[in-house]
Design a protein around this ligand. Structure first.
Ligand code: GLN
Length: 224
């Protein structure tokens, strides 16, 4: 059985567990809430939930998980949502005083709370490639979400695929200013190698297609 961990130090890990449990998959999976090194060592793949990225990083450090998580990310499939997306980025701007520890793994720069104070949270339909029923839009729930500000793959990195964009015309009116309409600010889901990043929260909806996508595209192919 394929073991999928969910980092359970802080944030929306229960919601990810609930979404994974509702999937109809071609192979059985076991779900592990990861709080210790022993938990992590059992996992074939990991989801890092939304929440508060500085807190998650601090708790990971206190639990002795920071370096093991970095090693895990360099070897196995990982999906980061919102705060988890911040932790998966190679570099972060707009950090709190004292900076932000990251795990890295995706060659991007991301801005914490990047939509600014104009509008902290909003919902918008996004167009996604690769999900089941692609004609059905996916509702992106953005909560103090980060913004991808630069894609910067090095020559030997796996290519970065933009798999979901927020259409400028679908942005809430307060965000329809020119500086919020161009690439890469509108890319809200990325894939690079084994890794998936979403700046929104698929686990807070009843639509589990992103969870199915992660398991089908990033996890199952790596396990024989
Ligand atoms: N703004 C939060 C952070 O910086 C992320 C918010 C979220 O995960 N919903 O960690």
């Amino acid at each position: 059985v394929v073991v999928i961990g969910i980092l359970a130090l802080q944030g929306a890990f229960v919601e990810h567990q609930d979404s994974l449990e509702r999937l109809n998959l071609s192979r059985p999976i076991e779900i592990v809430l990861v709080r210790t090194l022993e938990d992590l060592d059992r996992c074939d793949a990991l989801i890092i939930p939304g929440g508060e990225s500085t807190t998650i990083a601090l708790l990971a450090k206190l639990s002795g998980l920071l370096e093991p998580l970095r090693r895990f990310v360099s070897q196995k499939p990982v999906w980061g949502t919102c705060a988890g997306a911040i932790l998966l980025a190679d570099s972060v701007t707009n950090t709190k005083r004292g900076g932000q520890e990251v795990l890295g793994g995706m060659s991007i720069t991301i801005a914490r709370n990047g939509w600014g104070s104009q509008l902290e949270s909003f919902e918008g339909d996004i167009t996604v490639s690769g999900l089941k029923d692609p004609e059905v839009p996916f509702k992106g729930v953005f909560i103090r979400a980060p913004v991808v500000v630069e894609l910067k793959p090095k020559s030997d990195d796996p290519p970065i695929q933009v798999i979901a964009s927020l259409s400028p015309e679908l942005l809430p009116p307060a965000l329809q200013s020119p500086d919020h309409s161009g690439e890469p600010k509108t890319c809200v889901a990325l894939r690079q190698g084994l890794h998936l990043l979403t700046t929104f929260h698929p686990e807070l909806t009843n639509d589990h297609r992103f969870h199915e996508y992660f398991v089908r595209e990033c996890v199952f192919p790596t396990i024989s």
